[in-house]
Design a protein around this ligand. Structure first.
Ligand SMILES: [Fe+2]
Length: 210
């Protein structure tokens, strides 16, 4: 891969239920900022290592840039997952009875409603970050996790299948800061379950060493 070569994607997404086009437009711009910074930091880090080592006097700057890369890189990727799991003109709300996601939720949580209570509960946690439902690709089980900012809490090797942005910028034009529960309701009414289910591997992926 060429260093710093990411291009911002365009998303064909509009007319959501309860999330305005103005919010989406602003959000796409923010996303583009993450792509730009990911490229910028990748280039700057690359410049440090061109001579084959990181000198002691370079270490503080190198370290800071590398930590920031984790923030920007995850910010870029998580926004792509987020926009991709929303559906223009809205979705069906909860998945239908034959849904493979529903079955995974039942296997992993006992019922879809319990899975949803957990996911929504995580979404309402105080703080800035994301609620993400991951699939363990080795056994098909799903679990929900809180991600602080963009980079703290992602589970190594797990597959993000449903990604919800709960930074205030995701809803501030449409709701008050304290109205995050209303935004979460709106998010659910726009989920593209086909995309979510398409991400799942169903437990058929052998993990290294397994
Ligand atoms: Fe965001």
């Amino acid at each position: 891969m060429t260093i710093g070569s990411y291009k911002p994607r365009t998303f064909n997404l509009s007319n959501l239920k309860g999330i305005s086009d103005a919010t989406l437009e602003m959000h796409f711009k923010l996303y583009e900022g993450y792509v730009k910074e990911t490229n910028n930091l990748s280039d700057r880090i690359s410049a440090f290592i061109q001579d084959g080592n990181v000198d002691q006097d370079e270490m503080p700057a190198y370290s800071e840039l590398t930590r920031r890369l984790g923030f920007e890189y995850n910010g870029m990727v998580l926004h792509e997952y987020y926009f991709d799991n929303l559906k223009t003109c809205g979705g069906s709300g909860d998945p239908n009875n034959t849904s493979t996601f529903l079955k995974a939720a039942e296997t992993s949580f006992g019922s879809y409603d319990i899975w949803k209570a957990d996911f929504v509960g995580i979404g309402k946690m105080r703080g800035v970050g994301w609620a993400i439902c991951y699939e363990n690709p080795a056994n098909g089980r799903i679990s929900n996790h809180w991600i602080t900012l963009h980079e703290t809490g992602n589970v190594a090797g797990f597959n993000p299948i449903l990604v919800m942005d709960v930074w205030e910028h995701a809803y501030l034009l449409d709701y008050k800061p304290a109205e995050r529960p209303k935004y979460i309701e709106a998010f659910f009414s726009n989920i593209d379950w086909t995309t979510v289910e398409g991400r799942a591997k169903g437990g058929n992926v052998r993990r290294a060493g397994a």
